[in-house]
Design a protein around this ligand. Structure first.
Ligand code: 13P
Length: 253
């Protein structure tokens, strides 16, 4: 069946020393406290990935992710990082299409589709992010909007490729705001995404897909969110910067 995953997106936080300190604390706590079936993923800034990966490799269920990759294979793109480079560090995941990348870096659905292809071609697992703004939710078109994001960037994939990806539903209005989606709101959107996938592929592809929730997820609300039938874990921002909080979330299944 599908995996339970708790991923920490550090965003643009932590110096190298701070990041290594956080990683060792997480590794030690996960070893002692977290069910080995739960995959714990750390997504530090690019520059820390190699060092974080070395520490994380001490614990089999602590894996490393990048927060982004570029939509070209290689070449004259100063400042960018390719999927192949990420893979060469030992990282196993890459977050693609986070709402902050869509908003501040104008990433389009088409570019994100290319990034997903490059990640898969380099044997990385994409964590594909989708989610609506408050305006869209209030207009009542949030299910259609998220369905369209998923269709536009993922439905060109073969069934075999689709089986390798992870989706994260992150309503923009809940990110960094302290305003979490209720477990009912998360469940109904996750169920809608899964039904949409079942419609396009097959029921067993949809049943195999891990769908994570992100947006002000904390130790206090994680148990209720993770208890929902279609919520398979979390993509955690702020609370992943503190080892105790992050690991408490990973213990919430
Ligand atoms: P917060 O947990 O800080 O709301 O961030 C969620 C997020 O954007 C994770 O990618």
């Amino acid at each position: 069946m599908r995996k339970n995953i708790v991923a920490g997106n550090w965003k643009m936080n932590k110096t190298l020393d701070e990041g290594l300190q956080l990683t060792s604390e997480v590794v030690n706590m996960v070893r002692d406290e977290v069910n080995s079936e739960v995959q714990v993923v750390l997504a530090p800034p690019f520059i820390h990935i190699t060092s974080v990966q070395k520490l994380a490799s001490e614990q089999a269920n602590v894996l490393v992710s990048a927060q982004n990759c570029y939509h070209e294979e290689s070449g004259a793109y100063t400042g960018e990082v390719s999927a192949a480079m990420i893979k060469s560090t030992g990282a196993e995941y890459v977050i693609i299409g986070h709402s902050e990348r869509r908003e501040y870096f104008n990433e389009s659905d088409e570019q994100l589709a290319t990034k997903v292809d490059l990640a898969l071609a380099n044997d990385l697992i994409p964590i594909f992010c989708c989610g609506e703004s408050l305006e869209i939710r209030e207009s009542g078109s949030h299910f259609d909007f998220v369905t369209q994001q998923v269709t536009n960037s993922l439905f060109h994939l073969s069934e075999e490729s689709f089986n390798k990806i992870v989706i994260a539903y992150e309503p923009i209005w809940a990110i960094g705001t302290g305003k979490t989606a209720s477990s009912e709101q998360a469940q109904e959107m996750h169920a809608s995404i899964r039904a949409h996938v079942a419609n396009q592929y097959r029921n067993d592809v949809a049943a195999h897909l891990s769908i994570l929730y992100g947006g002000s997820c904390k130790p206090s609300n994680a148990p209720e969110l993770f208890a929902c039938a279609d919520v398979d874990g979390g993509l955690i921002g702020g609370a992943s910067l503190n080892a105790r909080d992050f690991v408490d979330i990973a213990k919430s299944f």
